[in-house]
Design a protein around this ligand. Structure first.
Ligand SMILES: [Zn+2]
Length: 216
């Protein structure tokens, strides 16, 4: 099966998608990784991408589609892709559908994590990392204490690179761009909306149950 996972930035999508990859032997496709990989290979396209990014611009849909096509046509990836953070726009959605069709595949399942704004704010703003053992905690959901952490408290640092305004902007942008895509998949595929406000393990158990019922 090929699947897509949607979720707002900071909504725990990456964690869930890693779990799925491990349990279901899928290959995770994120456009960021594809772009970085192509740059590292220093292909002609990679060099082009590097200069686009160095100019502070975003890679065009054409460039992204070329990279996605390379992945889809690889027989090793046949029917075992999980798209994470792609498609981002309705146009990219149409391109992806076209490419899959060309190589006799389809999206079997679309998972959408629904997470409330204030949960995302707490997940991001509550994050603390230990500078000594690099464990990550959250002051709201998983506070460090004597049971789960042995280092001195002085090592715990809070990172301030995400301010609430930026987080909320990214959230709104995500919702605006993703809603038309979800509407599309509601009509053409199996869309599962999942309550992403729960504990990570609870969310994953739900996802796992859905995927175990799918066979194609
Ligand atoms: Zn530590």
């Amino acid at each position: 099966m090929n699947l897509i996972i949607f979720g707002p930035p900071g909504g725990g999508k990456g964690t869930q998608s890693n779990n799925i990859v491990n349990d279901f032997d899928l290959k995770q496709i994120s456009t960021g990784d594809l772009l970085r990989n192509e740059i590292n290979l220093q292909t002609d396209l990679g060099k082009k991408i590097e200069s686009i990014i160095n100019n502070g611009e975003l890679a065009s849909d054409d460039v992204v589609n070329t990279l996605i096509e390379k992945i889809i046509l690889d027989p090793d990836n046949f029917n075992r892709l999980i798209f994470d953070g792609y498609p981002r726009t309705i146009l990219q959605t149409y391109s992806l559908e076209k490419l899959l069709k060309k190589f006799n595949q389809k999206i079997s399942i679309v998972l959408s994590l629904n997470v409330d704004k204030d949960i995302i704010l707490k997940r991001i703003n509550g994050r603390v990392i230990c500078d000594n053992c690099f464990k990550i905690f959250n002051v709201y959901f998983n506070p460090p204490n004597s049971k789960n952490h042995n280092c001195n408290k002085k090592y715990l640092i809070k990172r301030h690179d995400d301010n609430p305004k930026t987080i909320l902007n990214r959230f709104e942008t995500y919702v605006t761009k993703t809603n038309p895509i979800l509407d599309y998949y509601k009509k053409t595929s199996s869309l599962y909306e999942i309550d992403g406000n729960q504990e990570i393990d609870e969310i994953y158990n739900k996802i796992k149950a859905i995927l175990e019922n799918i066979r194609d």
